[in-house]
Design a protein around this ligand. Sequence first.
Ligand code: NFS
Length: 674
Amino acid sequence: MDPRERSVDPAAQEVLERSAQLGAATAWDRSDALQPLCGFGELGLCCHVCYMGPCRIDPFGEGATRGVCGADAHLIVARNLARAVATGAAAHSDHGREVVEVLRSAGESAGSGYGIVNPQRLRALAREWGIPVEKRADRELAQELAARMAAQFGSQEGPLFPAGRAPEPLRAKWQRAGVTPRGIDREIVELLHRTHHGVEADPVSLLRSAMRVALADGWGGSMIATDAQDVLFGGPLAIRSAANLGVLAEEQVNILVHGHEPILSEMIVAACREPELLALAREKGAQGLNVAGICCTANEILMRQGMPVAGNYLHQELALLTGAVDLMVVDVQCVLPSLPTVAACHHTRVVSTSEKARVPGADHVSFDPARPREAAREIVRRACEAFTRRDPARVSVPRHRTDLVAGFTNENLPHYLGGRFRAGYRPLCDAIAAGRVRGVAGIVGCNNTRFVQDRHHLALVRALLRKDVLVVQTGCSAIASAKAGLLRPEAALEEVGPGLREVCEAVGIPPVLHMGSCVDNSRILNVCVALVAEGGIGTDLCELPVAAAAPEAMSEKAITIGLYAVASGITTAFMPVPRVAGSAVVRRYLEHEIEAETGGRFIFTNDVEEAARGIIATLDAKRSALKLAPMLHEDGVRTGDPSRSLTAYDQPRGLVALGCGETQRRGQARPPEV
Ligand code: NFS
């Protein structure tokens, strides 16, 4: 396979060329070996919730229309989707819980290994949570705040406290639809209960329950994770750094941190700054210690510490294939189980750290948040040891490395927009109202082997910039833009429409704002809340000229994020089409009917141009409902029809047949027209 068919990133292409010589199989090779993918699974029509099955529903109406228990296609599709949403919310929220526990221990003991780096944020949050702050020490406040945050997980009653940040009209909508989130754990457990055999049989009712779980993630687990992290590790500020495999330094010990929770990665960064460990690296023949990140943990240490980013999700194996990584340390989520096998091509060690995420073939250093420095030092020492086994003749690091600016948040953005003395969202709201900026789009999410790596992300960002849309990004999508140079303010300005350019130049912000990791999508919700509060461009999130997209979604977390965005009133393009195509009822609800309840809806597509058109049309529809000024620099390009018809989806790469032992007798696994 031509590497250009796998990734648009030249660094990835270079390593993929080499992977064949090394005899290493990557995610792309495994994807190819699995073709054709199972068409029943793709359409969401395979049910395995009980042991009478697995049952699969014929999408063409020629065979079985119900499972053994009597469940039809709509219930099966909704149940599969609901379970994905529950898992995604569980992942984010368990991350949030870990951070809250660290916050509590930082409050309890000065020797916990973690401190309160951002006492201002701690005090602001304490006030918001109704905790008296006068004449009280930071540590005392941290304990009380952590206790209140922790209680949000086990709370039996609603509503979830941070969800109170949502504007009143949105909370009223949730109330009417019955989706106001209660305790985070309770919502997840109840949804799983409902998906058990023989419980909830109404697909739409099940989807509403999934919505409540998704809201408990976005306005609960994820928001709490972000807030607690900002207290413990500092609120980010705009910061310069670099991205792509070229950040690996041939003359240094290279440690890659991969996963999600900054309670590990921050400690690795801190350990690498210790003089004794630097001395150890030099003793082993290296010039220093180089820490770089992969995936969301990369975003965390990028925006707080300025550490470079080695790559996004599909770069994790490629980084190991360079032969320059001495040790990759992982915690939880998005960590490929194949890593130790790929690492075995070279001297590279893979070290797992979480008791929740053991990786066969990896070394394990248990990371105990009560004694974090010890574990971090041990990991750095192992990396130095591994460096002595590196074979320079087998090292091949692509030269590609791009400068970037990252680290925008809902707290610091007003300062960048309005300056020190007029901090606020007014300049952005005015620019939107005046037709200089069309609106704001949050472009987030993963890589997926079903699309050429980064192609959808970059195509969508560029299409929206050209149409004067300010782009905010998180997760692996932000890293895609970083690698392509779109987080270099000066370079990105060359690709934007004239109105957005004027505004970016006047206030001094880049047109693509990096806002952190995937739990930091809660920052985007907070920006929307602030835009509503500033006034003039909508009194609820669904009125704002704002939209979202996950152009290369891969994980269950991504569908949970998409659903909480939609449930918050933000129309969201989701690619590839998640496994909903087998049910007209589920599609109709999520792509259309849900809008009457929340103000947002999904645009499910595999076609990035259709996504771009859908987003532009959404922004334009919001603008005209608000009677905002026409776009100042409209170029006359037709922007598409907001009410896209429900037709069969284009298939992404790879899906050709029904699979599961079926032949191709009935041709492509296309869903029926609705
Ligand atoms: Ni988000 Fe982060 Fe990346 Fe996707 Fe995985 S790292 S939490 S799930 S792949 S964006």
